[in-house]
Design a protein around this ligand. Structure first.
Ligand SMILES: Nc1ncnc2c1ncn2[C@@H]1O[C@H](COP(=O)(O)OP(=O)(O)O)[C@@H](O)[C@H]1O
Ligand SMILES: [Mg+2]
Length: 311
């Protein structure tokens, strides 16, 4: 059960998928509530697409199960497909066909016809501000507009749950902001969104974030909680020679991570075991305590897991 008491609309129980000897997704346990935007974050190869494909019933799990919109995905994939929209990492748009023609193709696929098709299409075109471009071939649209068109095609059958795999990859920042504004509107109307992204700044816009690393969900919380609840403290260091400082500090007890960030270094340190003041006996630097970014947190959590595994 989720915070509101209602059953989650997406649920993964020990969801696992292996390919030969490699485990792409390792016992994923996850619950997403209706109306939530959940971001699955991780670098390339972390298992994001595998998780999405399993949740959408496009691939069978090796172990565990998924329940989406009240249906067991393995047992009742057709019922699930009616309720979900899946925008794949490389969504299939027909570049020679216009915006209208692409939308008509997907409407036909979902059996959306007549008055309903007209009303839904017009509404989506208004929401995405794509109405002026209906006669343009998809191949001649900008990256941001292509994404909007793909989104419209994914939404034509009024899904309750939307799966977006790296939806704003290669999209300029303004179009990205537009895309998120559309998502927020949709969510207000009750849609649930699960998106995968490699961008931590993008994940900050979600209600909750799950950090995926080598197939394992290593942390799952709202972005603000992830940044606040880490037991280690984060500092910005300035030094004359960042490389030297980093080399000197990185294997010191209590030091979880020292990472270059722009012109500075970000240091994660366990204050029970060390402190920047103590570390100044090893290297010369100035420091200032900072609120970590989600990227800092991700790096620190991955490092922590590696250290725990090595021990
Ligand atoms: N069909 C497949 N056959 C073999 N290995 C695969 C297949 N799909 C994914 N993998 C492997 O599983 C891991 C996770 O992949 P993926 O889920 O695509 O990660 P992400 O989407 O986070 O980049 C990668 O190591 C990838 O090479
Ligand atoms: Mg992927």
């Amino acid at each position: 059960m989720t915070a509101g008491g209602a059953a989650p609309i997406i649920k993964a129980e020990n969801l696992t998928r292996t390919f030969g000897a490699m485990t792409a997704l390792d016992h994923l346990n996850l619950e997403v509530s209706e109306g939530e935007i959940f971001a699955l974050v991780g670098p390339d190869g972390a298992g994001k697409t595998t998780a999405m494909r399993l949740l959408c019933g496009l691939m069978n799990p090796t172990e565990g199960r998924a329940v989406v919109a009240g249906h067991d995905v393995s047992k009742n994939v057709d019922a699930v497909k009616d309720q979900i929209g899946y925008m794949a990492q490389k969504f299939g748009l027909y570049t020679d066909l216009t915006v209208t023609e692409n939308m008509a193709f997907y409407a036909d696929l979902f059996g959306i016809v007549g008055h309903e098709r007209k009303v839904l299409s017009e509404r989506l075109l208004r929401m995405t501000r794509m109405a002026p471009f209906v006669n343009r071939p998809a191949g001649k649209l900008s990256g941001g507009m292509k994404q909007k068109l793909a989104l419209m095609c994914t939404l034509l059958h009024k899904p309750r749950v939307l799966f977006l795999d790296e939806p704003t990859n290669g999209v300029d920042p303004v179009s990205r902001r537009d895309f998120w504004a559309i998502l927020y509107t949709l969510v207000q109307e009750g849609l649930t969104v699960l998106l995968a992204t490699a961008y931590l700044d993008e994940a900050e816009r979600a209600n909750r974030v799950g950090l995926l690393h080598q197939g394992c969900l290593i942390q799952c919380a709202p972005p603000s909680v992830l940044k606040r609840d880490l037991p280690e403290a984060c500092f910005r260091l300035t030094s004359r020679d960042n490389r030297q400082t980093r080399l000197a500090l990185e294997h010191q007890p209590g030091v979880l991570a020292v990472q270059p960030m722009g012109m500075d270094l970000h240091l994660f340190v366990d204050l029970h075991a060390s402190s920047p003041e103590k570390l100044r006996s090893i290297a010369e630097f100035e420091y200032q305590r900072i609120q970590p970014s989600l990227e800092d947190v991700f790096i620190a959590l991955v490092r922590k897991q590696e250290v725990a595994r090595a021990a």
